[in-house]
Design a protein around this ligand. Structure first.
Ligand code: 3BY
Ligand code: FES
Ligand code: FE
Length: 411
């Protein structure tokens, strides 16, 4: 049987509420199916508008086999292109980020305008039509300060995500912020293990001493059930909504994205060891940092996020192989906040640097144990891991119909 048939059968036979069969976590053929059917088809968070604020600013990203470049054009729009030269295919932009008046391929200097059109190709034959050899565009949208791309020829409608996330995010003005620091780590585990770990806080008390000083481990904060029945959550939403900050728990029908705002523990206003603010200047000129807690957003399969009054921490997941996943974390602050004056970088980044490293170890140990021939799917805690159950169900419902070529849910 081929991998597609195997995967479909394993999804049909899987026990709901249990972790997946080993092959979903370590089989290179299953990984290829994940890439083709999810990662190369769906909207993916790649970076922030504020990272390419000026015309000619660009950054590059690698999604599976696809190198992509994101660039701000002269009119101020953000564009995405396949980063593969239309001459003989060389990567055009080789740096992680940069600033350029034009995009020049390093191989034979074919030169592209910021709108992707080919403007210079030295000594090609008479009749060569530059108009036919512009960089290939990639679908690209920006919402609330976040840039998403989609590699599919016919991208899914981005509008429902925008409609849900912008009311929550626009007040925080992330498109006008700046990235104070970014870190990239590679976790030796499948991308789904990274997500499974993220979608629960069952592991928090025993693994995240720093985070647990301020972030509540209550399952209704990280998971998907019960927040609207919790008086403390509802009171928090009411208080924040009274000052114009949408806060109530919302999830889309397919379960691909959700937003909610949660209070931090006790008097904490930020993710610091003391709970006090890490940045003197508020992230947004129009939002007070006084006890607004954390705005939490996830969008499968690429991003989870925490927006506080004084800064935001954003996460981007990119798979490298069946057993390796890259996680990039960015700390965003007000664009005028000055390092050493308004914030101490070590203090700002401490809690999540520790937390990421703790999560990396957890994911790697999880992957290690799953490789054992003795591994078999185990039961998730319905109380603490409803978010994981939801993630795995989303995955199965999402990839299943695409595997079978039947876009209606099979499960
Ligand atoms: O980043 C997060 O949202 C998750 C939630 C609980 C554990 N981890 C911190
Ligand atoms: Fe780009 Fe030749 S491959 S100019
Ligand atoms: Fe964790």
């Amino acid at each position: 049987m081929d991998a597609r048939t195997d995967m479909l059968k394993l999804l049909r036979d899987r026990r709901a509420g249990f972790s997946l069969d080993q092959r979903f976590y370590n089989d290179p053929d299953f990984f290829k199916l994940d890439m083709d059917l999810i990662w190369h088809r769906d909207w993916l968070f790649v970076g922030h508008d504020c990272e390419i604020a000026k015309p000619g600013s660009y950054f590059t990203v690698q999604v599976g086999d696809y190198p992509v470049v994101l660039v701000r054009d002269r009119q101020g729009s953000i564009r995405a292109f396949h980063n593969s030269c239309r001459h003989r295919g060389s990567r055009v932009c080789t740096a992680e980020r940069g600033q350029a008046a034009k995009l020049v391929c390093p191989y034979h200097n074919w030169t592209y305008d910021l709108d992707g059109s080919l403007v210079f190709a030295r000594q090609m034959a008479e009749g060569f039509d530059k108009g036919e050899y512009g960089l290939k565009p990639v679908a690209c949208e920006s919402a609330g300060g976040y840039i998403f791309i989609c590699l599919a020829k016919e991208p899914a409608d981005f509008a429902p995500f925008r409609a849900m996330m912008e009311p929550y995010f626009l007040p925080h003005r992330l498109s006008e912020a700046k990235v104070a620091f970014e870190s990239t780590i590679v976790e030796k585990g499948n991308w789904k293990l990274v997500w499974e770990n993220n979608r629960e806080c069952y592991h928090c008390a025993s693994n995240h001493p720093e985070l647990c000083k301020t972030f509540p481990e209550a399952p209704l904060v990280t998971g998907i059930n019960g927040a609207d029945m919790d008086p403390e959550m509802v009171a928090h939403w009411d208080k924040c909504e009274a000052v114009g900050l949408p806060s109530r728990f919302e999830i889309d029908k397919a379960g691909q994205f959700r937003a909610t705002r949660a209070p931090l523990l006790r008097d904490a206003v930020s993710y610091t060891s003391s709970g006090r603010r890490a940045v003197k200047k508020n992230l947004s000129d129009t939002v007070s940092a006084d006890r607004i807690g954390a705005l939490l957003l996830y969008h499968y399969p690429t991003t989870w996020n925490h927006v506080l009054g004084d800064h935001a921490v954003t996460f981007r997941v990119l798979p490298i192989s069946a057993g390796e996943t890259m996680v990039t974390t960015k700390w965003l602050v007000h664009k005028d906040a000055v390092e050493g004056v308004d914030y101490d970088l070590a203090e700002l980044t401490h809690v999540w640097t520790e937390t990421n490293d703790e999560d990396r170890r957890i994911v790697e140990e999880n992957a290690f144990g799953i490789r054992s021939p003795a591994y078999e799917p185990g039961p998730y805690s319905e109380i603490h891991e409803d978010g994981v159950i939801q993630f795995v169900d989303w995955y199965a419902d999402f990839i299943g119909p695409r595997l079978s070529g039947d876009e209606k849910p099979i499960l």
